[in-house]
Design a protein around this ligand. Sequence first.
Ligand code: ZN
Length: 264
Amino acid sequence: MRILRFRKTPQDPPTWGWLANGEIGLLDGSPFEDFRRLEAKISLDKAQLLSPVAPGKIICVGHNYAAHAAEHEVEVPQIPLLFLKPPSTVIGPGGSIFLPPQSQNVEHEAELAVVIGAHGRWLTKEQAKDVILGYTAALDITARDLQRQDDQWTRAKGFDTFCPLGPWIETDLDPADALITCTVNGNLRQMASTRDMIFPVWEIVAFVSSVMSLEPGDVILTGTPAGVGPLKPGDEVTVEIEGIGVLSIAVKNDPNVERTQENR
Ligand code: ZN
């Protein structure tokens, strides 16, 4: 099943829906509790899709593909390398990545995102799948120059708009072998299968749950394959994950700041 959040007009509050043959039906209830699927009769092109979840927390895994670790000349980690992005980084389909004036090198990282559906703590790998609601596509947008300056990545990974999610949550995906593709203006930048992950999805979920409680609506970004590269104003960056769908996002300079030396 495909679960999404949308609104019909900019004035409407976000609403849960489900997708059937290009039509949206309302969900009576929430995907994290009991719900009923109502008849699908709203055309997908008439709806404004929002990020398919408004996460409580966003947990990310660094260097989870050997080829990406190699392009950054770092060793493959022995245990999952965790970091967080704040919920204020999230944008949905139709949103724009705002390039901050502090960085001269903002890069795309296309990733499979896990959406947590139930509370979990101290889970085994076998139990991990029971707390997963589904999967969506994500971009772990990164100010690479700031990441190199800082030991901790909060600043480089934490700017508003740095976590596009969407277009919807697919509940029936096999995360062990899904193809991730990233293009910028139609040019191929990243392509790999999730089978190349060093720590597979269920192992990541179990590991995270040994550190912190997982709660409904939390999102885990599972790392990016090789091929990360720069974004510039006017670009269109697209992530496609086989079995999920396509997430396309525009790239702009942050319109909320004067791009002066004082901002850096
Ligand atoms: Zn990443």
